[in-house]
Design a protein around this ligand. Structure first.
Ligand SMILES: NC(=O)c1ccc[n+]([C@@H]2O[C@H](COP(=O)([O-])OP(=O)(O)OC[C@H]3O[C@@H](n4cnc5c(N)ncnc54)[C@H](O)[C@@H]3O)[C@@H](O)[C@H]2O)c1
Length: 288
């Protein structure tokens, strides 16, 4: 328990609470669709984002774009499923900057990053491939856990740090498979699609891991929260958009840059009394 005499000072201005100047922020999956937005948001508020991502086609491109727009961003080639790869990159960041203040775990296995054919990736559970299940859990849950372990270990030693784990609305509720019915949603370019079972299960694991680590590391001053967005519009077909939107009280999907403020809230002192929380930003979908 914290002694009353050691309580933090009265809140500073709101602008100061959100200020991330000088903070070093690792963003896994930062070259991706949402990850890049997250890196941009942190850079805009003064942090130095360091993207940890695979050497996909043009790995440094996302970092370069963030740097051009916001003046600062670095890239490290990392496979989050390998503790060795995470440790090596973490050590390089620590050598350069001396510490990591923020870890934002956004790497995830989506169809965009999976080698499996769409028919295999989106196969119904009864005929689903264990390879896809294993690959999905390996990135979404085990990889995220390894990043928490390696970077969290350094944070606990320094007795300070913030971790944000990206979950999903369907880590909270079961995906409603009716929205993927073929006559409504014609597909993910051209094939029937759905939400593969591994995905929701892995995100439920992410949310629970967040709670476990939050309580374990609270005494060391490390906060751990989850952030769970609902589906973001990315050129999906109209039938699917209509189906999903009808299950969302705000009547639409999210747009890609809509989560920047929430990420800065969780990363900054504005959320200093929050740990173990899952911030759901879903247009109200999980309320129904
Ligand atoms: N887009 C959405 O609608 C949505 C909704 C809810 C949650 N999410 C979650 O948000 C996060 C980002 O999603 P996105 O839409 O940007 O996906 P994306 O596929 O565009 O990006 C994922 C990124 O993770 C990286 N990645 C995959 N495997 C990796 C590995 N082994 N090591 C390092 N990096 C790896 C990819 O290279 C890619 O840059 C994911 O965790 C996803 O599950 C997305």
């Amino acid at each position: 328990m914290i002694k009353i005499s050691d309580y933090p000072q009265a809140p500073r201005s709101v602008k100061q609470q959100f200020d991330l100047s000088g903070r070093i922020a690792v963003v896994t999956g930062g070259a991706g669709f949402l990850g890049r937005q997250f890196a941009e948001a942190l850079a805009e508020m003064g942090a130095l984002p360091v993207i940890f991502d695979l050497a996909v086609t043009q790995p440094g491109q996302a970092a370069e774009a963030v740097r051009e727009a916001f003046g600062t961003c670095e890239f490290e080639e990392v496979d989050v499923t390998s503790e060795e790869s995470i440790s090596a990159a973490t050590n390089r960041v620590l050598e350069r900057h001396g510490r990591i203040d923020i870890l934002l775990n956004a790497a995830g296995l989506t169809k965009y990053g999976c080698d499996a054919e769409p028919e295999v990736f989106f196969a119904p559970f009864e005929t689903s491939s264990q390879e896809v299940w294993d690959a999905g859990l390996k990135v979404n849950l085990t990889g995220l856990m390894l990043c928490c372990k390696v970077i969290g270990a350094d944070m606990t030693t320094r007795r300070q740090g913030v971790i944000i784990n990206v979950g999903s609305d369907i880590g909270v509720i079961s995906p409603d498979q009716r929205i993927y019915e073929p006559d409504e949603a014609t597909g993910f370019p051209g094939v029937p699609f759905n939400s593969p079972t591994f995905y929701a299960v892995s995100k439920a694991g992410v949310i629970h891991l967040t709670k476990v680590l939050a309580t374990q590391w609270a005494p060391q001053g490390v906060r751990v929260n989850a952030f769970s967005p609902a589906g973001v519009y990315r050129g999906h077909d109209e039938g699917f958009v209509r189906q999903l939107s009808s299950r969302i009280p705000l009547g639409r999907m999210a747009v890609v840059n809509e989560f920047k403020g929430a990420i800065c809230f969780l990363a900054s002192d504005a959320s200093s009394f929050m740990t173990g929380h899952n911030l759901v930003m879903d247009g109200g979908r999980t309320v129904w």
